[in-house]
Ligand binder design. Structure first.
Ligand code: ATP
Ligand code: MG
Length: 429
């Protein structure tokens, strides 16, 4: 196939054999979020470029080199969203739903776009589920976000494979004081820093902390520590969060080098990481952003949130073989009919059964075919039972009921009794 008719590198189709896992994951998350009282919000995929520059920060990897930006036909600069927080903040401000201190506990799901180097766990179109909470400034809500992800990992059977890393960046004032001390220290060791860190020292010095360069890491050993610069308020907030995690029994490690890529964080930052996926190990990341709403033109409004990467979590479920068997079976019962009269009766019968059992996954054979070919399709569908309508069954107004997996002989069931019979032998999801 010519290259221009193929999908764009790093942007993937999710094929029918993969969608059951995605739907299982998404279904599990959305049920859990409903139960914790979060409401879904849906934002456009495209926004004005300015929105992301203002919120994410001009000197971040995302804005500097990862955005898909283009001019609209009327000359506006637009960008495919690289993350969800900016658009979510824009939406709540535009509709005034956080005004007067109204609490909003929101979640969203959808594709994000970043021009990165595609590799396992890193794509150019990827999918996130994100949460944002507005107008709650205490550590209790930071803790809730972490507690509910902990429950999610438990429900998905991946709790043992993920680890929580935690840090506090302090208020913007304490962060500014720390930044000053760090710049002073690093400037004194300027020549020993790698090139990237030398550049970041000028533009976004905290990012030097998460460098992968060994020489720079060596310089950082004796650098000032963020924890020593926290003001009392941030310190109390952080202690409050840790006490709550301890109360629930959620283990964590403190990582003073965790700064997160985006400019807007303050106080709590956290990441859930796994060592089961190679280099792309962060499956969920977030933190508090008390200054962001104001920075975007709203009234001061505390905020906290996180986003998880669906591709990485699906990969983790597959790697750990934590995919329930039943999710890949999409058919309970397959109806085979032979001859036109049987086809008509079969169609009507199927609809009657569906009326009575709305959750039954009943597939009616299409495209006619011999006994052998229809039976083969029934088997391949994964159905537990085949229903058979041939001349004999038509004459007696019954349907042949044949178990396809394991024991049990074929029986004849009267049409009127079919739904009741199916209800006893198919567990309906
Ligand atoms: P990373 O350090 O892996 O680049 P990030 O800090 O840029 O991640 P965030 O902006 O915090 O990521 O996004 C939250 C989550 O979204 C990440 O933890 C990850 O699971 C997922 N994610 C981010 N970028 C990608 C991508 N290009 N492909 C797939 N998943 C991604
Ligand atoms: Mg990134």
């Amino acid at each position: 196939m010519s290259k221009s008719l193929q999908a764009i590198r790093g942007m993937n189709d999710i094929l029918p054999e993969q969608t059951p896992v995605w739907r299982y994951f998404e279904g599990t998350v959305s049920r859990l979020l409903d139960n914790y009282g979060y409401k879904q919000i849906r934002m456009p995929i495209v926004e004005f470029t300015e929105l992301f520059k203002r919120s994410i920060g001009e000197v971040t990897d995302i804005v500097e080199k990862e955005m898909y930006t283009f001019d609209d036909r009327n000359g506006d600069s637009l960008t495919l969203r690289p993350e969800g927080t900016a658009a979510c903040v824009r939406a709540v401000l535009e509709h005034g739903i956080t005004g007067g201190g109204q609490v909003q506990k929101l979640w969203y799901i959808g594709p994000m776009f970043r021009h990165e180097r595609p590799q396992k766990g890193r794509y150019r179109q990827f999918h996130q589920i994100g949460l944002e909470v507005f107008n709650l400034d205490g550590p209790d809500i930071d803790a809730e976000l972490i507690v509910l992800t902990w429950r999610l990992w438990g429900e998905l059977g991946i709790r043992d494979a993920v680890k929580l890393e935690l840090n506090s960046l302090g208020t913007s004032e304490s962060r500014a004081r720390y930044r000053e001390a760090l710049v002073e220290y690093l400037s004194a060791h300027h020549d020993k820093l790698d090139e990237d860190s030398q550049r970041r020292l000028k533009t976004n010095p905290l990012r030097v902390l998460d460098t992968k360069n060994a020489d720079t890491q060596a310089v950082l050993v004796d650098a000032p520590k963020m924890a020593d610069y926290l003001d009392d308020e941030s310190r109390a907030h952080f202690e409050g969060l840790k006490a709550r995690l301890d109360a629930v029994g959620i283990p964590y490690v403190l990582n003073p080098k965790l700064v997160r890529g985006l400019d807007y964080y303050s106080k709590t930052v956290f990441e859930w990481v796994t060592d089961k996926l190679g280099a792309q190990g962060t499956v969920c990341a977030g933190g508090r952003y008390d200054g962001l709403v104001e920075q975007m033109g709203g009234k001061p409004t505390p905020g906290v949130g996180f986003a998880m990467g669906i591709e990485r979590l699906v990969l983790l479920l597959e790697t750990l073989e934590q995919i329930p068997d039943e999710i890949s079976r999409q058919v309970d019962v397959y109806l085979c009919a032979f001859g036109e009269e049987a086809e008509l009766a079969g169609l009507a019968l199927a609809e009657r059964v569906r009326d009575q059992l709305p959750n039954l996954r009943l597939q009616v054979n299409a495209g006619a075919g011999s006994f052998k070919s229809q039976f083969k399709k029934a088997d391949k569908s994964g159905a537990l039972y085949a229903l058979i309508l041939g001349d004999d069954e038509m004459a007696q107004q019954v349907v042949g009921f044949k178990p396809l997996r394991g024991q049990g002989e074929q029986q004849s069931i009267a049409w009127d009794a079919l739904a009741a019979h199916l209800a006893t032998c198919v567990v309906q999801g």
